[in-house]
Structures are given as structure tokens and as C-alpha cells.
Design a protein around this ligand. Structure first.
Ligand SMILES: Cc1ncc(COP(=O)(O)O)c(C=O)c1O
Length: 371
């Protein structure tokens, strides 16, 4: 069971708890996106669609991704999915067989490591490390873990929970090793637009050829505030697309038509919104980091992307216990670090995609409790 859910279930429904445990904004989806979906719904767009998504949405995705990455991402590589988590499951189902070896960079959002396990894969975690106030990846350690029998590498950058972002200069060595070993590189890019000092995070898509074993999984949830819509996409090699359509058929068959209409508006009119969201997140990051660092015993490395602060509490050896005590005694809902793998034990995660007043009130509660 996800330990984020375990903790949240202990506090859900309590009005006195300020919750920062889930990875979503406290604001609803922007009105122009909701309007586009509402119009489509009223027009009667309530039928099944193509397994790979509507022609309008796939066309809009192709234009958006080609513009973002500066390389042509054609319709022969694009599939619409029922959000990012479904894209991860489809990617795993497409490439993994029982007992295959999978490498995951962690700490990591639990689903990324659990999905390969459900399919019988053996998962090894290569840990990120906090150093000089930031998170870093020991690339040599990752390359050593990418043995010839490694079937897939799951890489999430910017990373949930740490906010670590892959250095552009590290991409070539990782891609080269995956090519040499025939390893599938599955890039979970759901936070790629939530960066603080650049329009998007370094991506493998511009440097990989279409036929490389590289799969991008992505989502409308985070950058457009559409978590409840359950819509995402995948970029795959053309040779995989037909089988992927078959897998979609047996998973969800398709995403809802009116939901996809909302996503077309998000892609075509959403850049100003993303810019505004990024500005708000940068301010929230500064606010929450400053507040956390002012509390004695807290170590809070700076995230380079995403919307989480992942911080260590001195003396904490059971983060689930601490998270439950914070709910009970302080009215504060945070995710326990242990949810993100053993490397996360002793840490807590705060989703700072919240209004400044809410972040401030939460910081006060934490300071009072730990004090
Ligand atoms: C790293 C990562 N990948 C994928 C997802 C999937 O999000 P969704 O299924 O809402 O698209 C999340 C959500 O928190 C995430 O943190």
C-alpha cells in the first residue's frame, strides 16, 4: 500500500488538517480549459474515441512537443493515455517480462517502483544524494547499475519527491549505455514544465533518434492543474505504436472525448498559464524553504523543479509515525519520506503548490510541533 495514502487516509475528512500530502495544486483547473471540456460535453462528445487519442489532441500534442523540444515528434510516435500513471503502466507492460531487471533512480514516487514489481520485474534503486544543499546523481554509480541484463531504466526528472533535475550534460552517457545494452529508457517527464530557471527540464527526446528505445511518459495533471481529469500521453518509437494501441484497448480502451477537448485548449492556449504557475511555484518554493530552514533540526535541500520540498528531520527514524503524529497533534498533513523508498526514511515531503497563506499556516504548525 502507498504510505502516502496510508497517512492521508488517517487524516482525510478532518476539517482541522491542513493537507500538503498529495502532489497537486490547491487551485482548480484554469477556466478556459474547463470551458472547452464543458462545450464538448454539451455538444454530445460522449462516445468512445480511437485507442491512441483523438486526431485533434494528437495533432496538438505533436505541435506542442515539436515546439518544446525543437525536433519533429510526429503522430507515428504519440499515444494519449489515462494520465501519467497509466502511461507508466503501459510502458512497463510493453517492455517488461517477469524476472526482468529494472533500475529506478530514487527516492521515487512509489508508483514508479511498484509498477514494474507488479509485472514481476526485479527492481534495483540507484539513490540520489543530498550534497551542499542540492540533490545530485552519481552518474558513474548509475552506469555501473545498468548491467547488460537490465531491461529498463525509469528516470523521473524533475524528481518526485526531491526536486532533483537531470543535468543536461549527463544525458549522453546514460543514453549511450542504454543503447549499448538494449535497455529501455523510460523517462517520466510529468514535471518537465515545472522548472524555475528554464522553460523546461533537459529531455532525452531531442537527442534520441525516433527508433531509440526511449519512451517518454507525461501528463496534463501538473503543468495545467488537471489532476482529476486523468489524462496523459506517451512518446514511443514508431515500431511500438501499434502494440501500444492494443495495450490501451485492454486497459482503458480510450480516454474520454470531452476530456481530450479540454486538453487541446490546454496545449494551444496554455503557455501564459504555465508561466504564471511557474512564477507562483518559485515564490512558494522560496517561502517554504525559508520557513523550513528556520526550524532547528531541519535540513531542506533546494529543489530544481517540481513542487515539493523534501526535508530531513533530525532524530526522525520513523517518518510514517511522525506524519501521523503531525496529523493528530498539529493538524498538518505531510507525506512520509519512507513512502518513497528506504532512502527516504527520516524525511518528509511537502507539496508547496498551495496559496501563500496556507503554506504559512502549515509552517507555523510544523514549527510549533517540532519546537
Ligand atoms: C513522478 C510522477 N509520475 C507520474 C505521476 C502521475 O500523475 P498522473 O497520474 O496524475 O498523471 C505523478 C503524480 O504524482 C508523479 O509524481
Amino acid at each position: 500500500m502507498s504510505k502516502i495514502r496510508e497517512v492521508a487516509n488517517a487524516g482525510l475528512g478532518r476539517d482541522d488538517v491542513l493537507a500538503f500530502w498529495f502532489g497537486e495544486s490547491d487551485q482548480p483547473t484554469p477556466p478556459f480549459i474547463r470551458q472547452a471540456a464543458a462545450d464538448a460535453l454539451l455538444e454530445g462528445r460522449t462516445f468512445y474515441t480511437h485507442n491512441l487519442g483523438t486526431a485533434q489532441l494528437r495533432g496538438a500534442l505533436s505541435r506542442y512537443l515539436t515546439g518544446l523540444h525543437g525536433v519533429e515528434i510526429g503522430l507515428d510516435r504519440l499515444a494519449v493515455t489515462s494520465a501519467g500513471v497509466n502511461a507508466l503502466m503501459l510502458a512497463a507492460q510493453a517492455v517488461l517480462s517477469p524476472s526482468d531487471r529494472t533500475v529506478v533512480v530514487g527516492p521515487i514516487w512509489p508508483n514508479v517502483a511498484e509498477i514494474p514489481k507488479i509485472l514481476g520485474s526485479r527492481v534495483e534503486i540507484v539513490p540520489l544524494e543530498p550534497a551542499q544543499g542540492r540533490w545530485r546523481l552519481d552518474v558513474d554509480r548509475l552506469l555501473d547499475a545498468l548491467t547488460p541484463d537490465t531491461r529498463a531504466l525509469f528516470l523521473n526528472s524533475p524528481n518526485n519527491p526531491t526536486g532533483w533535475m537531470l543535468d543536461a550534460d549527463d544525458r549522453a552517457a546514460i543514453l549511450e549505455r542504454c543503447r549499448r545494452n538494449g535497455t529501455w529508457l523510460i523517462c517520466d517527464d510529468v514535471y518537465e514544465r515545472l522548472t524555475f530557471d528554464r522553460p523546461s527540464a533537459p529531455s532525452f527526446l531531442p537527442m534520441a533518434t525516433p527508433d531509440d528505445r526511449v519512451i517518454g511518459t507525461n501528463s496534463f495533471s501538473k503543468a495545467w492543474r488537471m489532476t482529476g481529469w486523468r489524462l496523459g500521453w506517451m512518446v514511443v518509437p514508431p515500431s511500438l505504436l501499434e502494440s501500444l494501441g492494443v495495450l490501451v484497448e485492454y486497459n482503458t480502451s480510450c480516454a474520454p472525448d470531452f476530456v481530450q477537448a479540454g486538453a487541446v485548449a490546454a496545449l494551444e492556449q496554455g503557455e501564459a498559464t504555465i508561466a504564471a504557475i511557474r512564477g507562483e511555484l518559485a515564490a512558494a518554493r522560496d517561502q517554504v524553504l525559508a520557513g523550513l530552514r528556520a526550524i532547528p533540526g531541519i535540513e531542506a535541500p533546494t529543489p530544481d523543479g517540481g513542487f515539493y520540498a523534501f526535508f530531513r528531520v533530525a532524530g526522525c527514524t520513523d517518518s510514517v509515525d511522525l506524519a501521523k503524529a503531525l496529523i493528530r497533534e498539529a493538524g498538518l498533513g505531510l507525506a512520509p519520506g519512507a513512502a518513497f523508498g528506504p532512502e527516504g526514511e527520516g524525511w518528509l515531503r511537502w507539496c508547496f503548490a498551495a496559496r501563500p497563506e496556507k503554506n504559512a499556516a502549515g509552517l507555523q504548525r510544523l514549527a510549533r510541533h517540532l519546537g
